[in-house]
Design a binder for this molecule. Sequence first.
Ligand code: IMP
Length: 502
Amino acid sequence: MAKYFDEPSRTFSEYLLVPGYSSVECLPGKVDLQTPAARFRRGQEPPLKMNIPFTSAIMQSVSDDKMAIALAKEGGISFVFASQSVESQSAMISRVKSYKAGFVKSDSNIRPDQTLADILKLKEQSGHSTVAVTDDGTADGRVLGIVTSRDYRVSRMSPDTKVEEFMTPLASLIYAEEGVSLSEANDMLWDHKLNALPIVDRKGKLTHFVFRKDYESHKANPLELLDKDKRYVVGAGINTRDYKERVPALVEAGADVLCIDSSEGFSEWQKLTLEWVRKQYGGSVKVGAGNVVDREGFRFLAEAGADFIKIGIGGGSICITREQKGIGRGQATAVMEVAQARNEYFEETGVYIPLCSDGGLVYDYHMTIALAMGADFLMLGRYFARFDESPGAKLNVGGNYVKEYWGEGSNRARNWQRYDMGGEAKLSFEEGVDSYVPYAGALKDNIALSLNKIRSTMCNCGALDISTLQKSAKITLVSATSIVEGGAHDVILKDSSGNVVR
Ligand code: IMP
């Protein structure tokens, strides 16, 4: 006979946290959100930690190198999407690892024989007013000069004027040689009252710019997540098909952690992948696995050697797996059961396996509830897709700014490996949709707001760190009627725009 679970499967919106005692020491500024991201033995330090419990989803519309840099600056980890060629995914990882905080690759470049009209077009495309003039018009060509908006006056000059006629030539420029430190470069910016400092190598080629406007922002990233060589930490998705080629390339490119990207992880394919990685690299390459939604699935992946385990089937905002296949489980129930299995495993073996709650987080308070229920960190897709830094296009639809957000199981992504059950190499039906999400601005501002809410709620629960929250949180199921009571009710709202506050 089939197994029936005694309880219905539930989601985060059905629960609330009941406050615990908070002492005068419980201040949001004192909350430490550091969290483990790879398995460790009792009494030992986790080999990989994050400074905030956020990872961005392994999706084309969420995690590329730009997102990875932006999130590492705030203390989290992006898992660069795997549904692309090994070469392009490795190139994204290399770009994150070679990114030097404060040293920016020039994205507006031009040749000297181009014109003012070209400069104006470039400015509109990139939104930047500093343009490097190089011999071949590339970001690493030989520097001949720079153009800023101080160098031309559109109303007085013909659009055909050649760049070489009005650029500030190298001979009149202040620049620094490659090898200069960020603080030396910043001193030069201040001493010479510059907005941009070109960095030039021995052959006269442009390597980077250091901008005055970035000075403050660099100072303002106290939680940035760096490896031992002070490079940003980045993750990468892998699949259970081409791992023998993909993993070595990603490791070579410098990926700090990998994760098997699959809609359903309780499978021999994952075991084989994990075993292969262990055989090749021992414990030096960290790999997460998933997704599972019950204790059996957890146990299987724990014993197969996963470094962290991801929970969630069917709860993602773009996901239609439950409708298509009738598989899945309410995310809150899944997290609670797997967390219990993880704690038992820890008691039994002394090995702690971090858990990641993946998908279906809508309100910021869901994040705190997921952590309280036992997740060590979270994976979010929709949340990050809304920001400037996500790869999707920003569009105006019906008078509102939106960003594109499509599922890995949609026809658009065609990520058949994620849904692979060992059959033919194709996506036979869709398990995700192609959609829009409301545009929300800069990652940094949104993360700051979400973290403030988490820290403040943790203080209400008397917890100054995630581990204490997991041990001491009091969680209650709420009735359908009390859920209604939770929003504004029985009043006439002044803002009738219909905006949903999240
Ligand atoms: P979200 O944060 O609710 O948008 O969920 C993101 C998560 O949904 C991802 O991390 C994946 O686990 C999952 N996911 C991504 N693409 C698809 C899809 O096409 N179908 C089902 N689930 C998906």
